[in-house]
Ligand binder design. Structure first.
Ligand SMILES: [Zn+2]
Length: 248
């Protein structure tokens, strides 16, 4: 009985509504078309809920265009809407660069969530980034990889001061970083984002003033918290079938 694979779930426990109307979303300059159930797209307060209230959308063929966005990012977003999973893990057998690309994709997804006003999606991307920070480029290596200067710059250029992903990046840098991470910047000082350097230096000064901050940061390695999520301290953390995270 213990090994029995039971596929059953409670009757009426599914939240999927396949009778909902379909919205066409056209993404990128090459106009990739996605057809998504309206009930998945229109979370309260989201970009799509607002967009679908526009009179010209109502009377039209219920098509929303996102010409400036990347179709692959949107593809991952739609997959998450339907499954609660982020299909973004790199198949990194040989190349450490694939790990590098993973951070790039995660940051792109975070920025997409920012545009679409989907804070729950952003919170899950934060969780994925914390998980990715434990990965190493090569299987035998214990050395964790860090986003390149270009990827960091790309995040900073598209987010604002105090953004949770920026805070996470700084905290990860303090916890896991080393002198070696600064070598590319030493070789190409113009390639590193100045705002990032200011945040990093400020964080180190804070540690000088209050070294208990390090204890809090070390918890990142053991139990990802809600420190970087959008929900309030008294609100339940959405888990979407993943690990339930207790609010701090
Ligand atoms: Zn949370």
């Amino acid at each position: 009985m213990a090994n029995l694979n039971d596929p059953r779930a409670d009757q009426d426990s599914s939240t999927m509504n396949f009778q909902a109307s379909i919205i066409k979303v056209v993404v990128g300059t090459d106009k990739y078309t996605y057809r998504v159930h309206k009930s998945y797209l229109t979370k309260p307060g989201s970009f799509f809920e607002t967009a679908l209230k526009k009179p010209w959308i109502k009377g039209h063929h219920r098509t929303i265009e996102l010409p400036e966005d990347d179709p692959y990012d949107f593809h991952v977003y739609v997959q998450w809407l339907y499954t609660g999973k982020l299909f973004c893990k790199p198949l990194y057998e040989q190349e450490p660069e694939t790990e590098e690309r993973n951070y790039g994709l995660l940051f792109d997804l975070y920025v997409l969530g920012q545009k679409l006003l989907d804070r729950e999606f952003q919170d899950r991307v934060v969780d994925a980034t914390i998980a990715a920070s434990h990965d190493t480029g090569y299987k035998e290596s214990s050395k964790r990889l860090f986003p390149s200067d270009g990827v960091v710059d790309s995040l900073y250029r598209r987010t604002s001061k105090g953004c949770p992903m920026r805070r996470l990046l700084i905290d990860l840098s303090i916890c896991q970083g080393g002198e070696g991470w600064m070598v590319p910047a030493q070789n190409d000082p113009d390639g590193i984002n100045v705002e990032f350097l200011i945040d990093l230096a400020t964080a180190f000064y804070k540690i000088q003033a209050d070294d208990t901050i390090m204890d809090k940061l070390e918890e990142l390695d053991e139990d990802p918290g809600c420190e970087y999520h959008h929900h309030g301290k008294d609100e339940e953390c959405g888990s979407y079938g993943g690990k339930k995270i207790e609010a701090l």
